[in-house]
Design a protein around this ligand. Structure first.
Ligand SMILES: NC(=O)c1ccc[n+]([C@@H]2O[C@H](COP(=O)([O-])OP(=O)(O)OC[C@H]3O[C@@H](n4cnc5c(N)ncnc54)[C@H](OP(=O)(O)O)[C@@H]3O)[C@@H](O)[C@H]2O)c1
Length: 259
């Protein structure tokens, strides 16, 4: 990537904060978004000092419509911003039998609605320019929803499907869309006691995760799974799904459904 200005959501902590660090070290200017203005300011100050890039803080709660509209307007109107890292997200709604409807709502608002609206806000400008980057952070749970809680993987499956459709629409217009599917990554999204129960071999450091995702971006990957040793496995999965296509919409029901 040539020097750009990228807007990173969820940059106050975890994966988003490491994206901010790595992108600044690559020479990119940044707009950092999250609710914790103090954490964003401290990160921005450090990155300005260590890298010399311009870093702006835009404190916003992306689950609130007024704040989301403010960030959308910025993406729609600021011609300097040529990339978006759609990273902010929450997990941990618990089993559906006991899930709090308010938490379900805020998860869908942040993980689905905000991701969609921010990408939709920047897409027309990038398409008109014929260049730009949208990185959507989804999760491997999008590929194994039965192994997790019900709502979180579904939000991440949305982001994967959304990213693939965006890439199909915007790719030919010069915009690169990457879906990143981290596995378990050591961040504050996890309670320490929960992480301690998971085999260490399954937990990646946040530095390794983001460095791998950026290497995938450099390779112009559309789907990046940081821990997957062989991308041929992903290709086979996508090919198997693609093989269904000729029969997914036909005039007649399949013979087994006919009386
Ligand atoms: N860690 C993993 O194992 C893992 C695996 C797969 C996918 N992911 C995905 O990676 C992304 C980042 O997660 P993480 O592990 O880095 O979690 P994290 O350490 O908890 O960071 C989440 C970030 O999102 C921000 N955020 C939360 N609610 C927000 C809101 N309403 N408005 C704006 N920003 C908000 C937080 O900042 P404030 O609190 O300051 O707002 C924070 O910067 C998420 O989309 C997550 O689903 C994580």
């Amino acid at each position: 990537m040539t020097k750009q200005t990228l807007l990173v959501t969820g940059a106050s902590n975890g994966i988003g904060a490491v994206y901010a660090d790595r992108l600044a070290r690559r020479g990119h200017d940044l707009v950092l978004v999250a609710r914790s203005a103090d954490k964003l300011q401290a990160l921005a100050e450090r990155l300005r000092q260590e890298t010399g890039v311009a870093v702006e803080v835009l404190a916003a709660d992306l689950g609130k419509s007024g704040d989301l509209a403010k960030v959308e307007a910025r993406l729609r109107e600021d011609a300097a911003i040529t990339g978006l890292v759609n990273n902010a997200g929450i997990a941990g709604e618990g089993p559906i039998l006991t899930a709090d409807p308010a938490i379900i709502d805020s998860m869908i608002a942040l993980n689905v609605s905000a991701v969609t609206r921010l990408a939709a806000a920047i897409a027309p400008r990038l398409a008109a320019r014929g260049a730009g980057t949208i990185v959507n952070i989804t999760s491997v749970t999008a590929l194994m929803p039965e192994a997790f809680t019900a709502v979180y993987p579904a939000t991440k499956a949305f982001v994967l499907a959304f990213s693939e459709a965006l890439q199909a629409e915007l790719g030919p217009r010069g915009v690169h869309v990457q879906a990143v599917l981290p596995g378990i990554t050591r961040t504050a999204i996890w309670e320490e006691e929960r992480l301690a129960q998971i085999p260490a071999e399954m937990v990646m450091s946040v530095d390794d995760m983001v460095d791998a995702a950026l290497a995938g971006l450099d390779l112009r990957e559309r789907i990046t799974i940081p821990s997957l040793p062989d991308t041929a496995d992903l290709d086979r999965f996508l090919a198997a799904r693609g093989a269904l296509r000729p029969n997914l919409s036909l005039r007649k029901p399949a013979p087994r459904y006919r009386a």
